[in-house]
Design a protein around this ligand. Structure first.
Ligand code: AR6
Length: 197
């Protein structure tokens, strides 16, 4: 911790400027099921139809109930690397942000940029909707077979860069479903360096 991260300084009551939390303080890495988290928004690792599937997508649709599928159907799909927002339906979270990650092939198909797009576009939607706490799963790291270490590095890098420029979302939680993914995120966070260092 450098103690000199004032990039998110805000004007407090009475117009006094005070530094908010550092970017590192605003990122939390946990092991757990994303569907039950007490956050304002959960991100879904969707497919471009947005109509549900297996993995975390299936779990979110099951927990949110049939109203989610009906709302998703009205969105008419989403290209890879982009994101769309719906209400949270029966989840505790008020919103669900549906991001479509790339299928991993060999890395030469623009996979890294598309995965980075998922994070940036999801965070942009969160900021636009004044979302305070948002939780991400490891997008593309399951059925889409993205190498977890590389995906975790992208997730941390893109999220940290976004938070350095934006007061919202206040907090990003990486919800890791197993210890392997958890370890990859902890390593990525440990190795991350702010751009000015
Ligand atoms: N909470 C948190 N993480 C979870 C949960 C959960 N409840 N369930 C699984 N994960 P995946 P993808 C983890 O396969 O690779 C669907 O069919 C999982 O262990 O859900 O982006 C979609 O419709 C892994 O680390 O998503 C698409 O067709 C991570 O979430 C396709 O799968 C992502 O795994 C998307 O594949």
């Amino acid at each position: 911790m450098t103690g000199r991260d004032f990039t998110n300084a805000v004007l407090g009551a009475g117009g006094v400027e005070f530094p908010s939390m550092t970017v590192r303080d605003r990122i939390e890495i946990i092991v757990g099921d994303i569907t039950g988290l007490d956050v304002d928004a959960v991100v879904n690792a969707a497919n471009s139809s947005l109509l549900g599937g297996g993995g975390v997508d299936g779990a979110i649709h099951r927990a949110a109930g049939p109203g989610l599928r009906a709302e998703c159907r009205r969105l008419g799909g989403c290209p890879t690397g982009e994101a769309r927002i719906t209400s949270g339906h029966r989840l505790r979270a008020a919103y669900i942000i549906h991001a479509v990650g790339p299928v991993w092939r060999d890395g030469s198909g623009n996979e890294a940029a598309l995965l980075a797009g998922c994070y940036v576009n999801s965070l942009r939607l969160a900021a636009q909707h004044a979302i305070g706490r948002v939780a991400f799963p490891a997008i593309s790291c399951g059925i889409y077979r993205y190498p977890v270490d590389q995906a975790a590095e992208i997730a941390v890098r893109e999220t940290a860069a976004f938070l350095a420029e934006s007061a919202l979302p206040e907090k990003v939680i990486f919800a890791c479903f197993d210890e392997r993914v958890h370890g990859a995120y902890l390593a990525a966070m440990r190795d991350w360096k702010p751009a000015d260092e």
